[in-house]
Write a new protein. Sequence first.
Length: 136
Amino acid sequence: MINEGKIKIKEGGPFKGKKITYHDSCYLGRANNIYEAPRDVLAALDADLVEMKRCRTTGLCCGAGGAQMFKEPEKGKKDINIERSEEALKTGAGTIAVACPFCMTMMSDGIKNKEKEAEIKVKDVAELIAEAQGLV
């Protein structure tokens, strides 16, 4: 819709030059091979996209795809959403963009676990578009 001009993003909007990292959801990425469309949206926002170490085809699941949000974690060194949130934090981005409600929950919980929720925002790509248009 952005490419067709149905959604218009003003240049120099609220995200211009702001660091945003994008978490590839398993559903869009691995299941449907959609990697560039969400990044194109972030580019339209004039955001500074900073990639996580594991992204696109090598992206790390937030844990929701493995049903981790519905059960107690298995034994191990670290919960998967904490691991993924740490990767996002290492980018230095102030916003983590997601495109899945389950990823939103898992990444938000990971950021809360690190007590960074006042500094780092987890937002859906659709929220970012709405903010750029002044709708939120």
